[in-house]
Design a protein around this ligand. Structure first.
Ligand SMILES: [Cu+2]
Length: 175
């Protein structure tokens, strides 16, 4: 259900990415490009199968999401990468997307919730100069945003306090 509530934009991006890249379930590799060339009708069937498979397997959803969202090319394609001094990290499906990101000092990161869950950002920013800065966003509800500017270089490892046990965690490297 949660997956269905992910925004249309992300859904389209996901579909597009899966479509271009193909995906692997079990031992089978599905290659839509080949299918498209050989049998356009079966492409619709393939897409539908892909979506059904993903929707019914949360672990697979998360794995695919992370793979795609951590890819800089995909971030550019989806307009997620922002400009030099601001980046967006999306929250949905109990996942930070991207969940690994490298930025320059003085970058403002905006976290935005896309599903109906409440998420937050909780962690300690360990700066290269030896400071440990506790960062607590508070609740970030559906379509709400919260921003923080990372002025110094360092590493910020964080979780969503509500969904940490489901693996909702992220890592930001400022360098
Ligand atoms: Cu959460």
């Amino acid at each position: 259900m949660t997956a269905i509530l992910v925004t249309v934009g992300m859904g389209v991006g996901l579909l597009f990415a899966g479509f271009l890249g193909g995906y692997v379930v079990g031992e089978q590799t599905h290659s839509p490009k080949n299918m498209m060339a050989n049998d356009p009708d079966s492409t619709t069937q393939w897409m539908s199968t892909m979506m059904d498979t993903m929707m019914s397997d949360p672990a697979l959803q998360k794995q695919m999401m992370n793979q795609m969202m951590n890819d800089p090319k995909m971030q550019d394609m989806m307009g997620m990468s922002g400009n030099e001094d601001s980046k967006i990290i999306h929250m949905g499906m109990n996942n930070f997307m991207p969940n690994e990101l490298g930025v320059k000092p003085n970058t403002t990161i905006t976290w935005q919730t896309h599903d109906m869950e409440i998420h937050n950002v909780v962690g300690i920013f360990k700066t290269d100069s030896g400071n440990e800065i506790t960062i607590l966003s508070g609740d970030i509800k559906h379509m709400e945003k919260w921003s923080y500017t990372f002025e110094e270089s360092g590493v910020f490892e964080y979780v969503c306090g509500y969904h940490e046990s489901e693996g909702m965690k992220g890592r930001l490297v400022v360098a």
